[in-house]
Write a new protein. Structure first.
Length: 411
């Protein structure tokens, strides 16, 4: 199992054993697991040649041997459609999707498999760096010669965790949990984090952005392309989007809201109008509201059609003909109700609520006292304006790692 550093710079021999150049690099495509080497880059007489793997017999630390018949002049210079392992990957930071961290590529592991030579892993250890510098003896001297190998299937190269834009897929990171993506982005600069979010699906990026610290949120959002940032903000709950925009410069916030869909932008603007430390500033304006005259079957059909996010459907709130809050019911109440039973008969009318200008401490006290997952926010005329969830309160009093912990649901 040779390392890349052990085979680069070694002689390249033709089928007769005559030296034709030195091995400069290995080229791969990364769309498949453990990518096979597609070609070798040979330097000869100050020129570079890309020799397809089909014309290579062996690559070892002793040297590279080519197949015959051989004519170096028949090969072209390397193109830009493949990844150069030494030039493009060594010294770059990549994502260890298993360890949820950035690692520096100090060396790469390649291994023979059948008739191929495949990229197998990453050595991120100091020993790997010293090996490349020809100082591996120094690592042994200090007892640090053991490499730290990360399986290639557990790493991913982001679109721009370095200034070099690598033409590789970025398909594993988006399958990580949003908190894990945020943990990786938090190790990056604002520009690197922005590039990663821009490469993700908007909904995934929104969830990851929400998990970052406030300072990092603002820095990453400010570094993103305005159109990309606006798309991500649209995927966030309005209260989260308002929190993020409240921490960026006013001019930048206005620019991003002008690029958002009008309805989404209006929701965010309305929340930004409330003081940050009040129920109005904490609430999410997206709330599930049903009418007293709706039947259980009608409400279930409505939920199926709209499919609200799981973190926006703690309770259903019932309003009268004038839009005033009149009751609340849990999903359990809805499911066990008779199909034709109306909400007025199922709901609980002894509802607890808070006002728009109630302090965040008052809101937290209500949630904790009654062990609610969420509590509605109403205006002076008792019309529901939004909802504050337990997650919003947890963020005020607990570490971010406690977010989204399940709590008992009433009913």
């Amino acid at each position: 199992m040779p390392f890349l550093s052990q085979i680069l710079g070694r002689p390249v021999l033709d089928p007769d054993g005559m030296r034709v150049g030195t091995l400069r690099d290995l080229l791969v495509l990364t769309e498949v697991p453990y990518p096979p080497i597609c070609a070798v880059v040979v330097r000869s007489a100050r020129r570079l040649y890309a020799i397809p793997w089909a014309d290579v017999r062996t690559v070892t630390p002793r040297g590279t041997v080519l197949r015959g018949p051989f004519d170096l002049g028949a090969y072209q210079e390397p193109g830009t459609d493949l990844i150069w392992l030494a030039q493009d990957v060594l010294d770059k930071q990549i994502v260890d999707t298993h360890g949820v961290r950035l690692v520096r590529v100090n060396d790469l592991v390649v291994t023979p498999l059948d008739d191929d030579l495949r990229l197998a892993g990453v050595d991120s250890s100091t020993a790997g760096l010293l090996r490349r510098l020809g100082l591996e003896w120094l690592a042994r001297l200090f007892g640090r010669s053991r490499p730290h190998i990360i399986d290639w299937e557990e790493v991913d190269i982001g679109p721009a965790v370095d200034e070099v834009r690598l033409k590789v897929p970025f398909d594993r990171v988006h399958r990580m949990r949003s908190a894990d993506i945020a943990a990786v982005i938090s190790q990056m600069s604002a520009g690197e984090g922005a590039d990663v979010l821009e490469a993700l699906q908007d909904r995934t990026a929104a969830r990851a952005l929400a998990e970052l610290s406030e300072d990092h949120q603002a820095a990453v959002l400010s570094a993103m392309e305005p159109e990309e940032a606006a798309d991500v903000l649209e995927e966030m709950p309005p209260d989260d989007a308002a929190d993020v925009l409240g921490d960026v410069e006013k001019e930048r916030a206005e620019e991003l809201m002008s690029l958002m869909e009008p309805q989404a932008a209006q929701e965010v603007r309305s929340l930004l109008a409330y003081p940050e430390d009040t129920a109005g500033g904490l609430m999410n304006s997206r709330v599930i509201v049903v009418q007293e005259t709706d039947t259980a079957d009608e409400v279930i059909a409505k939920l199926r059609r709209n499919a609200p996010p799981e973190d926006e459907i703690y309770y259903l709130y019932v309003v009268d003909d004038a839009g005033r809050l009149s009751g609340v019911l849990s999903l359990r109440d809805l499911v066990v109700g008779q199909p034709n039973e109306r909400m007025a008969a199922i709901m609980r009318s002894d509802i607890k609520y808070v006002r728009l200008d109630d302090s965040q401490e008052e809101v937290a006290a209500m949630l904790i006292r009654y062990d609610f997952l969420a509590i509605p926010v109403v205006d002076e005329e008792n019309r529901i304006k939004g909802v504050v969830t337990v997650n919003d309160v947890v963020e005020l009093v607990a570490p971010r790692s406690w977010r989204n912990l399940p709590r008992r649901m009433i009913g």
